[in-house]
Design a protein around this ligand. Structure first.
Ligand SMILES: [Zn+2]
Ligand SMILES: [Zn+2]
Length: 397
């Protein structure tokens, strides 16, 4: 392990001293999960803790969002650090003593841990604010799992007053062993858009297809043919996913269906490729439907952008992680086609998103995110908090 750069206080010890409290906070959030835009209790606790630290707190942003501003020193730069607070609409199957007490809601993605880690980081940095050459805006957002809390918070001006210059965020991950961090520069997570396609044919008797335009047969061709965007049109080195997730049409076995409705999602890792997707879809759907005498409507809704790690911000995090866990425990994993609404902030300012390993086979923390048995190794929170603290000091120290 390279010799750590000198830090103004003993970061490892500072985290160790808060570990118990951090775990208790996480377990309290875990017992009391709240889904998107309903994070009232969670946001209340967050705001109270930030106020107790003496930070300048704004509540009720985009409903349940909270920010806490730590103003420090002769200020030029402001760094934003974000945690998401929302749980998923899922019934927990774990039997731990901190299992969810709200039926139909569960922290199955680790956002309970994110909130506890960021509160701990806020606590420690407030205690050492004389070491910071700049402000920190701690941002706690609702509804990351959908419909998305980052964009409405952005629209309410969270990147202003003071103007934010850079952003950091971490996400626990049970695909990666505890004690490891994954980060790399460039695109890390895909854009996430929604599509709705309506195919209009001409209904009629199931025995007399010649009098009709069968929208189900047309829809089948459409589902098939739009995949050629991925396989035949876009550069194979620029990943794209087109998924039709729902399809509905028809009322009876002996009636040829008039209208079919489909919903789906489009994911891209390249912003330019993404911008071309509506045109490509429209051209293909228009060609297929007109060749089969049907009509169509396509609604393309741009949602979360591509999440791109800035080179310099990533270098701060990589260095911080090296000092925390050693270079051999840093993974430059490939980008993934999942998405994150943190991308809205990182479209505006340079930032870094890193994954904190939270898998532990021995302790049984092996289940994937969004699974009713999801849980993670809480030791990951100490690693995450330490990497975050070191990254902050590199940026603002
Ligand atoms: Zn999730
Ligand atoms: Zn998540």
């Amino acid at each position: 392990m390279p010799r750590p750069t000198r830090t103004p206080f003993d970061i490892k010890n500072a985290v160790a001293a808060k570990k118990r409290e951090m775990i208790e906070m996480r377990r309290d959030f875990h017992r009391n999960p709240e889904t998107g835009f309903k994070e009232k209790r969670t946001a209340g606790i967050v705001a109270d803790k930030l106020k107790a630290l003496g930070l300048k707190v704004n509540e009720g942003i985009a409903g349940t969002g909270v920010t806490g501003l730590l103003q420090a020193g002769a200020t030029r730069k402001t760094l934003l650090i974000r945690a998401d607070m929302d749980a998923l609409a899922l019934t927990e199957e774990n039997k731990t003593d901190y299992a969810s007490q709200n039926d139909g809601a569960m922290h199955a993605c680790g956002h309970d841990g994110h909130t506890a880690m960021l509160l701990t980081v806020a606590d420690i940095l407030t205690g050492h604010k004389e070491t910071l050459k700049g402000n920190i805006k701690f941002l706690f957002q609702p509804a990351e799992e959908g419909p998305g809390g980052a964009k409405p918070m952005l629209d309410e001006g969270v990147l202003e007053k003071p103007r934010v210059n850079a952003a950091l965020v971490m996400h626990v991950c049970t695909d990666i062993p505890v004690g490891m961090i994954a980060t790399a520069p460039g695109p890390r997570l895909a854009s996430m858009d929604q599509i709705a396609i309506t195919i209009k044919g001409k209904g009629g008797h199931g025995a007399m297809p010649h009098q009709t335009v069968d929208s189900i047969v047309v829809a089948g061709k459409v589902v098939d043919t739009i995949q050629t965007i991925v396989s035949r049109e876009v550069d194979p080195m620029k990943p794209v996913v087109v998924t039709i997730g729902t399809i509905s049409g028809g009322t009876a076995f002996n009636i040829i269906c008039h209208t079919v409705e489909m919903k789906g999602t489009v994911r891209c890792l390249d912003a330019k490729v993404r911008l071309d997707m509506p045109k490509r879809l429209k051209r293909i759907i228009a060609g297929v439907t007109s060749s089969m005498r049907a009509k169509f409507k396509l609604d393309y809704i741009f949602n979360y952008p591509v999440l791109v790690n800035d080179e310099t911000m990533n270098a701060f995090v990589s260095q911080a992680a090296t000092e925390t866990i050693g270079a051999k425990n840093i993974l430059a994993t490939a980008p993934a086609m999942g998405s994150e609404d943190m991308a809205f902030f990182m479209e505006q300012v340079p930032g870094c998103y890193f994954a904190v390993g939270a898998r532990n086979e021995k302790k049984g923390f092996v289940n994937p995110h969004h699974n009713p048995r999801f849980d993670f190794d809480e030791d990951a929170m100490s690693v995450g908090a330490e990497v975050m603290l070191r990254s902050v000091l590199k940026y603002l120290g």
